[in-house]
Design a protein around this ligand. Structure first.
Ligand SMILES: [Zn+2]
Length: 157
């Protein structure tokens, strides 16, 4: 995580805000671009002064302090944990239900027979019926077959 932050900071904004980068949304909102430098942790102030990098040591102290405060601010109680667990289980339940429905969903070919299937007789078309059933249709002023819907002037079979 820390290594990822340093990497993003060192690569610059264009790199860090690419859509495939994990914290692109975070980097996008920075107005001032940070400089990331690695520094030895767990040193005393005196050691840092002796090493000649008091600035980095101080920076590291601030980072530790803010990380601690952040963790405290978002500390979860046992109740929060249980609620979150229940919510997660509910979401998993919904997802399982969706998967179950999708698994039972008939394939498109079953739902919408293709012309091939119709020719093979899976879904015979009424048009192939030899006997017409002529009925007078006043709306179109013609006889219309009740089976295949073809129309003609006269009632002839
Ligand atoms: Zn007909």
């Amino acid at each position: 995580m820390i290594a990822a932050v340093a990497k993003a900071a060192n690569h610059g904004k264009t790199w860090a805000t690419k859509s495939n980068k994990p914290f692109a949304g975070f980097w996008k909102y920075l107005n001032t671009w940070p400089v990331a430098e690695k520094t030895k942790a767990h040193r005393t102030r005196a050691q840092a002064i002796a090493d000649g990098d008091l600035t980095d040591w101080l920076g590291n102290c601030y980072a530790d302090e803010f990380a601690r405060k952040g963790a405290e601010a978002h500390a979860w109680s046992q109740q929060n944990m249980e609620d979150a667990e229940k919510k997660l289980q509910n979401k998993i339940g919904v997802l399982k239900l969706c998967l179950d429905v999708l698994q039972r969903w008939p394939p498109a070919k079953e739902r919408y027979p293709q012309p091939e299937d119709q020719i093979r007789g899976v879904r015979p078309r009424l048009k192939n019926t030899k006997q017409h059933n002529w009925e007078w249709n006043s709306l179109i002023g013609r006889y219309r077959c009740a089976r295949c819907c073809t129309s003609r002037e006269r009632d002839k079979t």
